[in-house]
Design a protein around this ligand. Structure first.
Ligand code: ZN
Length: 204
């Protein structure tokens, strides 16, 4: 079932989500929720969706970055962003540790902040310990775009949104012109854009 994605302003997005009890993970309630989150993420479409985004304050996120999303991305840009396909998986009760605290900045949007993107700094690599949909303990070490997705989704589970860390002066509309302009932009081009925006608009 495709669920409604709540938008900025809904208090559930600012709540710290509750941990899921390990023995409830395989219950039909949680199984159905995960299945609906998968359908909702794919329909949106998006590369991740957290339970608070469908109005459920539980520590569950689904992630998937299919090959076709970046079929038109230039190989050098794909390499620079560390964007590699990620198979569908479920992240429950995650604990995130930073591996490389150096940051990379790229445009980032959110299905709960419809219509806009901002250049958002994220650390380059992370380790995430979590439970999967069968209640098994898992560990992921991720870098590049996958690390960005994990940080974005796990932030949702803590009541945080990318707009809390991204400079609002870098905000753009998610229209076709901008999509074309920035889809294959290099980090140097993004850095230049940020400098220009910061220079021409005074207030942070
Ligand atoms: Zn989001």
């Amino acid at each position: 079932m495709i669920l409604e994605i709540v938008q900025l302003g809904d208090p559930v997005l600012r709540q710290v989500a509750q941990e899921v009890n390990r023995d409830e993970i395989t219950s039909s309630k949680i199984k159905n929720l995960i299945e609906s989150m998968k359908e909702t993420m794919r329909a949106a479409p998006g590369v991740g969706l957290a339970a608070p985004q469908v109005g459920v304050p539980l520590q569950i996120a689904v992630i998937e970055d299919p090959e076709e999303f970046t079929a038109d991305m230039l190989p050098n840009i794909r390499r620079e962003r560390g964007r590699n396909p990620v198979a569908f998986h479920v992240v429950i009760n995650p604990k995130l540790t930073v591996i490389n605290k150096e940051k990379a900045s790229f445009f980032e949007g959110c299905l709960s902040v419809h219509g806009y993107s901002r250049v958002t700094p994220r650390v380059k690599s992370v380790k995430v310990e979590f439970l999967d949909e069968n209640g098994n303990e898992k560990v992921i070490e991720a870098s590049g775009w996958y690390a960005r997705i994990l940080q974005h989704e796990i932030d949702h589970l803590c009541g945080k949104l990318y707009i809390d860390i991204a400079d609002k002066r870098t905000e753009i509309a998610n229209d076709d012109t901008n999509r074309q302009k920035w889809f294959n932009a290099s980090s140097a081009e993004i850095e230049k854009f940020v400098e220009e925006r910061v220079a021409t608009k005074s207030e942070k």
